[in-house]
Each structure stands twice: as C-alpha cells, then as structure tokens.
Write a protein that binds this ligand. Sequence first.
Ligand code: PSU
Ligand code: MN
Length: 300
Amino acid sequence: MKQLQVNPQISTALAEGRPLVALESALITHGFAYPASVEITAQMAAAIRAEGAEPAVVGIWHGAPTVGLSDAQIKALAADKTAVKVSVRDLPLAGVRGLHGGTTVATTALLAHRAGLRVFATGGIGGVHRGHPEDISADLPVLASTPIIVVCAGAKAILDLPRTLEFLETWGVPVLGWQAEEFAAFYSRSAGLPVDQKVADAETVAAIYHQQRALQLPQGILLTAPIPAAAEVPPAESEPLIAQALAEAEAQAITGKRVTPYLLARLVELSGKHTQIANESLLINNARVAAQVACALATK
Ligand code: PSU
Ligand code: MN
C-alpha cells in the first residue's frame, strides 16, 4: 500500500508551526517543458523563502503521494516523459501502478491538507470548460470540501469563467481578490467579473480563514491575485488565440485530462511564448502572496 509520505523537513516545520506553502507538480510535468519546469519551481521556492516561509512541492513518487519532494525528485519528475497527470481519481491508479505523477490543483490541495498545510500556491485553477459545461475540473469540488487557501491568478483563461464562479458560489467557496475588486483572469488582470471580497493584506485572509474554521465549514478559500501588469497578455491578444486553440482541440477530438495541457501548450506556440512569460510571472507572484498569507497564519 502506498501511504502519504511527508518529507521529514516538512514534518519538523509543521511541528514547529513554521509557515509553509504547498506547490503543485502538474505544472512541472505537464505545464512547462524540461528544464523550464525545474527553473520556474526553483523561482517559486525562492520567492516563498524570501518572504520567510518554506515550500513543499507535492507530487507522486513511484506511486506514493509525497508532500515535500526533494530537488532531485523534482528534477527526475520533470525529466520523466512518462510521468502522468494525477487528479483525484488517478491517485489510487498511480499508486497501484507505481507511477511518477504531477499532481493537479485538486490532488495537491487534498494531499497538502492531509499533511497539515493551510496554504497552496498555483497558477490558475481548473474549472468549467467553454462550450462543455459538463467538463468540470476536480479542482472545483475539492475546493468545496478541503479547508485550504488556494492562491492563484484566477481560473485558467481557456475556461468559462462565469460558470466557474457560479460553481464556487453554489458550493460555498469564498472568492477573495488580492488588492483587487475583480476576479483575476490568468493571463489578464480582469475579465470584468467581481470577487466576493477585496482583501488588502495577508492578515485579512488569515482572519477569514480562521473564521471559516471557527464555523466548522468544510470549504477552502480561493484567493485570486491579478498577474503583474508588466506581464499581462490583454484579452485582445489572447482571446483570438484561445478561440483557435479551442477549435483545434475540438477538431482533433481532444477530451478529458488532455484538454488543459493541450490548450496551454498550444497557446505558448501561438503567442510566441507571450503566455509562457505571463504564466511564469503570475506563478512567482502567487508564490510570494501565498508565503505572506502563510506567515500571517503562523503568527495567529
Ligand atoms: N498546467 C498545465 N497543464 C495542466 C495543469 C496545469 O499546463 O494540466 C493542471 C493544473 O494542475 C490544474 C489542472 O489543476 O490542470 C486542471 O485540469 P483538469 O481540467 O483536467 O482538471
Ligand atoms: Mn476536465
């Protein structure tokens, strides 16, 4: 049986109440090509440490769900072309088959919470797909049932953002805007959709998290931080490319777990790497914000 493995350094940090930030690994195995994947992870880790917190990369190592992958393990996963994308339903399958895997937002949130972490930084969460409202990422139901703060730049721009927000509302997930009134739209700072509450600082996020726990609510919190303005790809540039990528995915009958990696990779090609630069910038920003939130939680 594959049990949850927690790196001893992470266990010690948890026992001492030190601030920790979980990081996903689907972006390592499926979001970025090797070695850019290793480089962006190192930059996120550095951003977290600069704020006084510690990173814990979550992934599947020889089938074992692991919180706190070592640098060598991260590199091996990144270089392994056979590594699978592991959402929640894939966890037992990867375990029995002993596979290496990159964990999605859903799986990372679940495992990080099991280990005792309270904050997780990612790029953009999955959600309801455009033109396919039946295709709903497991990221959403996990947010509805896992008390962890997920810091992101909104939901991925390839998605149906209004429907994604409706799901979160129905299932009781508060959506907070980091120093912003509007829901961050991944490559761009806004798509004109409101958040439930603008938050000015990490202390406010920590207070909302503690209030949610005091009320014994099962949900997590989605904190959306807009992409730094300098790296923004405005919708006028990204939307035609998203439309093209979506049409190509449709024509090639790409479905299921392949949809998101296909669309994001195709956008990098179509945009001349603009969307990759945007993705890197927002990931580092989210890591920094998440670390601030973890520090605020640790002092409460
Ligand atoms: N980044 C990528 N490809 C991915 C993901 C991120 O370039 O596949 C992952 C994220 O971890 C996110 C997940 O949680 O995709 C959503 O995929 P799905 O819609 O299949 O649940
Ligand atoms: Mn899906």
